[in-house]
Design a protein around this ligand. Structure first.
Ligand code: PBG
Length: 322
């Protein structure tokens, strides 16, 4: 009798027997840096999250260090886009400028990562070289990813985060980095990235509209499948990924678990914009306690096997964590 309740009786007992703990050390904060603005602009689709100018992004990073957060991931929003997304590898492109400013201010007190993709930079809004009517050219895109990786490495990034889901992207990027002597720059691969409706608020945040009302189903994964995740993850590890990522998080905890049981590299999970926005909206209308739900969800992501989480909640909940 009462076997299960005995160990739940006091907070100290519960702490003692808890299997999972969420720590500030597990959190990576996404940061949007927009070219051509001189003060931060709040993103309506992501309340409490801002498009930063380079200076305010740098200040924000210093605040994150004070909060104990170990990592950030930079997303650039260029002033103008073109067919190939050339601002993504321009040494004066917004992401490169932001990386180098931030890195010179924070040195090694913060791990600075950068999303490595083209969708914020292409006029098509696709993650690669778009060929009408409806697909991207995988191999032509890989050549451009290699250029972006080098530009981000030159700017001083610690880890690049290829998120475009082109086949072979990790291998091509690893080769390019090694060839140019950037052997210490790591790769956090968005390995199992699903074609999800939960990226809606993010696309608003980075000003991306996909050409012709299109979608990314030809390169992002189908949410009805799990086996291909393992295939994608193992391929990325084989090609040199230092960290593999599952994205989104909450609706894909089975995939986080699958990944963590099958690879020895660390597994990251991205609690994406739609996941953040849903909690914020329900909190704003009084239905739930947003911070409590955030901590519950992020802890569940760890319980599933992730060792780090990319989350817009990082600066808001860090002080609530032990
Ligand atoms: C691609 C990228 C996306 C996100 C991160 N990297 C958008 C997409 O694939 O459509 C989404 C992140 C989020 O929703 O929080 N550059």
């Amino acid at each position: 009798m009462h076997r299960h309740r005995r160990l739940r009786r006091t907070p100290a007992l519960r702490r003692l027997v808890s299997e999972t703990s969420l720590s500030v050390d597990d959190l990576i904060t996404p940061i949007f840096v927009r070219e051509g603005i001189d003060s931060p602009i709040e993103i309506p689709s992501l309340p409490g999250v801002f498009q930063h100018d380079v200076k305010s992004a740098t200040e924000f990073c210093k605040r994150l260090i004070d909060l104990g957060i170990p990592g950030v991931i930079i997303f650039g929003i260029p002033e103008s886009k073109d067919e190939l997304g050339s601002a993504a590898w321009d040494p004066d492109g917004i992401a490169q400028v932001a990386i180098s400013e931030i890195k010179s201010a924070v040195a090694d007190d913060l791990v600075v990562m950068a999303d490595l993709c083209l969708d914020e930079y292409t006029s098509s809004g696709h993650c690669g070289v778009f060929r009408s009517p409806s697909d991207v050219d995988n191999d032509a895109t890989l050549e451009l990813y290699a250029k972006v990786a080098i530009a981000q490495a030159q700017a001083g990034v610690d880890l690049v985060g290829p998120s475009g889901m082109m086949d072979g992207q990790v291998g091509v990027i690893r080769n390019a980095l090694d060839h140019d002597g950037y052997t210490d720059v790591g790769i956090m691969a968005y390995s199992a990235k699903y074609a999800s409706a939960l990226y809606g608020p993010f696309r608003y945040a980075v000003d991306v509209t996909i050409a012709d009302g299109g979608n990314r189903s030809t390169y992002q994964q189908d949410f009805r499948n799990s086996k291909e995740s393992l295939s994608e993850i193992l391929a990325d590890v084989d090609q040199g990924a230092d960290i593999v990522m599952v994205k989104p998080a909450m609706t894909y905890l089975d995939i986080v678990s699958l990944a963590s049981r099958n690879v020895t590299v660390p597994v990251a999970a991205y609690h994406v914009s739609g996941e953040y926005a849903m909690i914020k909206a329900a909190d704003a209308n009084g239905s739930i306690d947003g911070d409590a739900v955030a901590i519950e969800q992020l802890t569940a992501i760890k319980r599933a096997g992730a060792s780090m989480i990319l989350t817009y909640f990082a600066p808001f909940i860090s002080e609530l964590l032990g």
